[in-house]
Design a protein around this ligand. Structure first.
Ligand SMILES: *[C@@H]1O[C@H](CO)[C@@H](O)[C@H](O)[C@H]1NC(C)=O
Ligand SMILES: *[C@@H]1O[C@H](CO)[C@@H](O)[C@H](O)[C@H]1NC(C)=O
Ligand SMILES: *[C@@H]1O[C@H](CO)[C@@H](O)[C@H](O)[C@H]1NC(C)=O
Ligand SMILES: *[C@@H]1O[C@H](CO)[C@@H](O)[C@H](O)[C@H]1NC(C)=O
Ligand SMILES: *[C@@H]1O[C@H](CO)[C@@H](O)[C@H](O)[C@H]1NC(C)=O
Ligand SMILES: *[C@@H]1O[C@H](CO)[C@@H](O)[C@H](O)[C@H]1NC(C)=O
Length: 185
């Protein structure tokens, strides 16, 4: 119990420590294999934003699963989302993701309004790291094929956040289980 507490308190320090070296965020260059790799089920694991209104909203999210299925056009994906916000469960299936091959950008569109634009960052095939780029406050999110990720994958993501200058207060996780591997380190 005490060890857990100490390790937990150690978390903010871990993120604040000066990085040894920063691996650059390398965007994926889209090709014909990009969409097949995106299709199917994903779980939102963690995200970081320095934009206070986003953070307040996203702190309420305790679970989020989403899936991509083929849309009406070959460069379009339908999005089905299940989000638990506080104690309320929200199911949404109205939004789409447009896949632009020419500039390797994903655009999340809801009722024809552009909700966000993101670059896909190179990582493990079972991870989905998105760098949202259309806002003054850039953010980074981690989703995965499974509701939890390995300690190594979480540390890789946290290293990116550290390099981008995010503080622990600007990072949120969808569930406490997800943080458990970090406490062990
Ligand atoms: C990828 O798509 C391009 C353009 O649609 C096409 O010309 C090319 O043959 C495709 N390549 C493969 C490997 O399917
Ligand atoms: C990142 O920005 C996008 C676009 O503004 C927003 O939809 C998303 O909620 C933000 N994510 C975080 C973690 O702040
Ligand atoms: C979730 O709960 C927090 C704290 O109780 C509250 O501030 C926030 O407005 C709630 N968010 C939603 C979307 O219900
Ligand atoms: C979204 O859900 C509604 C109601 O369940 C359903 O009628 C509609 O076909 C669904 N749309 C998509 C794109 O899955
Ligand atoms: C990518 O291309 C689409 C379509 O031309 C455009 O709407 C979007 O703004 C571009 N995104 C970036 C980041 O340049
Ligand atoms: C997720 O958690 C389960 C149960 O604790 C574990 O068996 C599995 O290896 C974990 N997956 C990853 C990717 O760490």
């Amino acid at each position: 119990m005490l060890a857990t507490l100490i390790l937990f308190l150690g978390l903010p320090l871990a993120l604040a420590t000066e990085p040894q070296s920063c691996a650059p965020l390398i965007p994926v260059t889209f090709d014909n294999s990009t969409i097949p790799q995106l299709l199917g089920q994903w779980f939102y694991i963690a995200g970081a934003s320095s934009y206070p209104p986003h953070l307040a909203e996203l702190r309420a999210v305790t679970f989020e699963a989403f899936s991509f299925s083929p849309g009406n056009h070959e460069d379009e994906l339908n999005v089905n989302e299940i989000i638990r916000m506080n104690e309320t469960c929200v199911v949404r299936n109205s939004s789409k993701v447009l896949v632009f091959q020419q500039n390797s950008t994903l655009m999340h569109v809801d009722d024809n309004d552009v909700a966000s634009m993101a670059k896909l960052i190179q990582s493990d095939k079972d991870l989905l790291i998105l760098n949202h780029i259309n806002i003054d406050f850039p953010n980074l999110s981690l989703s995965a094929r499974t509701p939890n990720v390995s300690k190594e994958h979480m540390e890789e993501f946290r290293a990116h956040l550290q390099c981008l200058g995010f503080t622990e207060e600007e990072v949120f996780y969808t569930s406490t289980e997800v943080q458990t591997p970090l406490r062990g380190g």
